[in-house]
Design a protein around this ligand. Structure first.
Ligand code: ZN
Ligand code: ZN
Length: 149
């Protein structure tokens, strides 16, 4: 995302485009992985040491609430964040906690009756299991036809 796109998406979500929020969005939209809040603070602070930890965390929360940043909750570990513009699903490894992106496909929405008065914003999937590093190697060697799905 370039500077103009970041400004537009912040203001489109009703957030003021402060230098600190801009720096957060710029870092997160370029970031390939899913950093924790602490990692985000360190990285942004390295580029622009103006914002405090509290400001960074508050801004991060504002961006999540505005729907610009996704918070991926990993049980028992620090939450991870993602602002990649492209829609995708997530795979979380049970063993190492790594969060990986999976290609997007549309998910069937729940029956409107089961939602009641709730308003659905998004419908995304989290897959859980073992990442390719943690999956036992022998299995894939034994059955030669294991395909990555
Ligand atoms: Zn793993
Ligand atoms: Zn992601």
């Amino acid at each position: 995302m370039d500077a103009v796109a970041i400004k537009r998406s912040l203001e489109g979500s009703g957030l003021r485009c402060t230098p600190q929020r801009h720096a957060l969005m710029a870092f997160l939209s370029e970031c390939k992985g899913h950093p924790t809040a602490a990692e985000i603070f360190e990285a942004v602070n390295r580029m622009d040491p103006r914002s405090s930890r509290a400001t960074t965390y508050n801004n991060l929360r504002d961006l999540v609430q505005a729907g610009l940043v996704r918070e991926v909750a990993v049980e028992g570990r620090a939450a991870r964040f993602d602002a990649k513009g492209i829609r995708h699903h997530h795979f979380i490894c049970d063993r190492c906690g790594k969060v990986e992106d999976l290609q997007w496909y549309d998910v069937p929405k729940p029956h409107s009756g089961s939602l009641g008065r709730r308003i659905l914003r998004e419908c995304e999937l989290i897959f859980r299991g073992l990442c390719s590093k943690c999956a036992p190697r022998q299995d894939s060697r034994r059955s030669g036809s294991v395909r990555e799905s």
